[in-house]
Design a protein around this ligand. Sequence first.
Ligand code: GLN
Length: 470
Amino acid sequence: MDERIASPGAGRSVTDAPGPVLAVLRDIHQRHLADTSGTVASYIPELATADPALFGIALATADGHLYEVGDAGHCFTIQSISKPLVYGLALADHGRAFVLSKVGVEPSGEAFNSIIFDERTNRPFNPMVNAGAIATTALIRGDGLAARFGRVRALLSAFAGRELEMDERVFLSERETGHRNRAIAWLERHFGMIDERLDEHLDLYFQQCAVLVTARDLAVMAATLANAGRNPLTGRRVLAPEHVRDVLSVMHSCGMYDYAGEWSFSVGLPAKSGVGGGIIAVLPGQLGIGTFSPPLDDRGNSHRGIRVCEELSDRFDLHVFAVHPPATVIRQQYRDGEGCFRHRRNDSEQAALAGCATAIAVYELQGDLYFATVERLLRAVQAEFPDFAFLILDAHRVGRIDSSARRLLTMLLEMLAAAGKPLLLAGFPEEAVAQLLQPGEAWPADTFFASAETALTWCEDRLIAGGSDG
Ligand code: GLN
């Protein structure tokens, strides 16, 4: 196994050396410490024993840095925050189409324990309300309760980056008193949405809800989602990126129940709350937040957790719809001849090149390549298209290259090849070269070069050979 399960203290914590980020977290924690609004959940009797004063905040970056304040190391039950993660496991077990046939993705605007189903399809509205979560849990593969819970616990542990345990007392307490969830499951059985193992599905659901986590664990789980499904502390892939996208989508529209609309308006982060007092919030690509404060508002969301997330989003400008316009992708653009390489050529070579000083166009790129930046590049290339015979894209300053950029670059290669104009990719990160060379895509042998200089030399050699041929 490639995994490395870290202990609760693992990760590079800077708790002892406060910097600006930790200072803000401490300030927010301090300012909400005295707020006693809300009530600890008591409909699961065992939850009523929680200390309402407990209050922890943790933030984990998508590259695995942890910041934590207050009771961020205190254990409590994950409750509904397990729902989006187990939804991810159901997607991995069955694929999107099948899961969608059992559980919708429509915000219900209803409370978490709503017993209302989508009348047209008999499906529960979404996997974040109890009805949808029970139907989702019913999909988890495995032979018998122990094996299935083993898979769920392994998933949650991989998300947290450490081995998680279940609180047996909370499990039994909910199992004894969860009549409403039992009624929901019976209705789902009636509609044919779950199979006959109804008691087993409910036990599994109650067990997943009783898994013990800390605010720090929640932040790491959220950061794993922010990191497209790879736990940044352990380096282990927990969920495929396409499933992470689906999980974040339902968290965004449904994660906070009948507060989801207001939450996405004011906080603007895909999130999930649990009646144990936890909340996770995710800023894709950047960070995950985990908060813990047991007193809940009347919608079953942690009162202080909401305040903290609102303030964090506001102070760090974390709203997913805060628009960051694309950075300049073309750092500079030149023609061979303007460059400094030709002086290395002997006299006859220089003479051969003299007539075609501008035949080689070089674009030095920077930053990430994705739709908006590659589209700008394509427009610039197109405008110059009649004037060059060779095109070199120099990517030694390029970061991420997404699938859309790869597709567009492949199409550019094909268009240039059809026009008899070679496209040379210089200094592309090794990983990107591997991704571009996907099976079925026939890149010519002379496409990838270590640097713009070697690519230029290759083009010049062609021009010299062409000149002496003719
Ligand atoms: N186990 C809880 C229930 O099913 C989870 C609810 C929640 O956290 N919102 O009622």
